[in-house]
Design a protein around this ligand. Structure first.
Ligand SMILES: [Zn+2]
Length: 284
């Protein structure tokens, strides 16, 4: 099983995680930029972080046979903080870089006017740079958050096929599906979506425009949840081709819209070079 985790924060994970992910079949991932767990004190704090997402972390991933790309943005939790907002002016110089495959994570946290402004500005940056956008839906008041997100998207220049709405669940999937956007589901150990509910949703809604991620970070989370979904799909009677579509071809198609996915270079130097390359090229 070859796996592309389209949303995982490797900065907060260990080398043991990289090893276990490789063994589980993970050959590629996207690391969205987010907050640091405590407030930044200046926009400069973003620059070191972005540089590490573009330099150090891809190097670390490559040592484990995994291709690493990232998304760059002012995250929703800091979108209203005057110490952070000036980073918006600096984003364009990062959005032109090869390792950046989307603008993200953007979206709503508390649904404030400042978050409206940051979301609209960054959707425009995505449109201007020909990049997709990774849009986080809020963990509280999900339905209202999604509706407001779709309103702002409707006013933007970014077409729905370039947007993934992330952290969806049973309450938000129908509206997300009819929007024409890609649908992201984060699978957690004991909150939000789990692999059994995910399989149920795949049965109801099919596999088109669906991305499954672990969203693992430094909270209670599990970087192998993508694999757990693949196994649960097989147990439930889905075929290998459908598992490959959800866990590999869909994320490749979504982030491939950036024109910047490079799945050979990094993954080619990993612990199992030959196997790594044949998995990337294989059709199943
Ligand atoms: Zn995240």
């Amino acid at each position: 099983m070859r796996i592309f985790d389209p949303h995982i924060h490797m900065t907060s994970r260990t080398t043991d995680d990289y090893t276990a992910m490789y063994e589980a079949g993970v050959r590629a991932l996207v690391e969205p930029s987010f907050w640091l767990g405590q407030p930044r004190t200046s926009p400069r704090s973003f620059y070191d972080y972005f540089d590490s997402l573009l330099g150090w972390e891809p190097f670390r991933a490559a040592q484990h046979g995994i291709a690493h790309h990232c998304t760059i943005a002012l995250n929703p939790k800091e979108a209203g903080d005057p110490r952070c907002v000036p980073v918006l002016d600096e984003l364009p110089r990062y959005l032109v870089k090869d390792g950046v495959v989307a603008v993200g994570e953007i979206g709503y946290d508390s649904m404030t006017p400042a978050e409206d402004t940051a979301l609209a500005a960054q959707l425009q940056l995505a449109a201007d740079h020909g990049l997709p956008a990774l849009v986080h839906t809020p963990h509280r008041d999900k339905a209202a958050g999604l509706r407001r997100t779709l309103d702002v998207l409707g006013e933007s220049d970014l077409p729905p096929e370039r947007v993934v709405l992330d952290h969806l669940n049973e309450a938000t999937v129908d509206e997300a599906a009819s929007s024409g956007c890609w649908m992201g589901f984060s699978i957690y150990p004991d909150t939000k979506m789990d692999e059994i509910r995910m399989v149920r949703l795949l049965r109801l809604h099919g596999t088109d425009r669906v991305l499954v991620n672990s969203a693992a970070d430094w909270g209670r989370s599990d970087p192998l949840k993508t694999r757990a979904v693949g196994d649960a799909m097989l147990d439930a009677g889905f075929g290998d081709d459908e598992v490959d579509k959800v866990l590999w071809r869909n994320p490749v198609a979504f982030y491939g819209q950036s024109g910047r996915l490079d799945l050979e270079t990094a993954a080619g130097c990993g612990p199992a070079t030959h196997e790594g390359n044949s998995i990337l090229r294989g059709g199943n």
